[in-house]
Design a protein around this ligand. Sequence first.
Ligand code: PLP
Length: 395
Amino acid sequence: MTVRSGREFLAIPGPTTIPDEVLRAMDQPAVDIYSGPLLQITESLLTDLRRLFRTKGHSYIYIANGHGTWEAALTNVLSRGDKVLVLESGHFAVSWGSAAAKLGAEVEVLAGDWRRAVRREDLENRLAQDKAGAIKAILVAHIDTASGVINDISAIGAAIKRVGHDALLMVDTVASLGCVPFEMDAWGVDVAVSASQKGLMNPAGLGFIAASDYAREAHKKANLRTPYWDWTAREGEAHYQKYAGTPPEQHLFGLRRALDMLFEEGLDGVFLRHRLLAESVRQAVAVWSEGAALDFNIIESTERADTLTTIRLTDSCSPQPILDYCNEKCGVVLGLGIGALSGKAFRIAHMGHVNAPMIFGVLGSVEVALRALHIPHRAGGTQAAIDWLAQRVTP
Ligand SMILES: *Cc1c(COP(=O)(O)O)cnc(C)c1O
């Protein structure tokens, strides 16, 4: 028997739930690409992306997923043989670094840990050794979607300044933009990349970059540039140049609607909603973890991301039955553990178009699974989330 018929809940950290308003906005016929409303939509999107990234720099829209946007960022500012320092705190910055290596950069990984954020002191020490300034760029994920960590980009930016190093700071915000505060200019970020299918509530297919003036200076000397990704070509006057060809019209209509929704709610409201729902999930996990079969992957509570929670299981316990039970019996699709956490963890996303019933539906279903499968846990995690939220969300 199952209780899964009804709306399926996608609780994976991307793609996330697409709002019905966005789907409806996309359901439009093609329009002219040389005149009319599309030109205005492009201008407004480029402006509003700068507003989201919090930068006075330049913004670019690509037809690409996050991986494509990584490549766009690297090829625009690096030259063959440039040294790149990757700050490890999970899967994604390291993957971005692998792309840099394949493009011909010399990549060094500043070894980190999948259970904690990047340590600022480690970075400072490494940069202080680089007297010759060999390191041209530093790659880091704001939120790592495998480990569930949030890195303190402000502290990383400040560390680079303190050492007086002139490497570019390049940040992956695919799993954070539009969900938690990000301050590109104030934090000293030179290149920020993001994508449409996570906090920005759209289908996969659009990638975004913001670049500082310092990054655009580096761009002038970069020899990894290619015609399609190239910023200079995309800064051309003609509308089609901004997309290096035909604009992805329906995706742009969807993005326009999604950004309007974020601004209508107010970014502070959006960030607070994410924080409240994330903390509800953490309240539940903290209770369940007293049964000693599962625990937070990220050890330090202040380093846990507000967009997803990675829950690791003890070696004797596989996450697969929980995932299967939630999906097949309850209609909730949880995220698998990936990379080093493959087969050892599951992930609950609380990112983008999420509200209380979605989160409580997920928590309740996970708790049903834990009980039905006889996985040791302390009961009452969902209740703890309810109690916690009731104290914060007051009439
Ligand atoms: C999802 C994700 C990516 C990869 O994005 P794709 O669109 O799947 O290529 C990169 N970085 C982070 C932090 C992500 O969460």
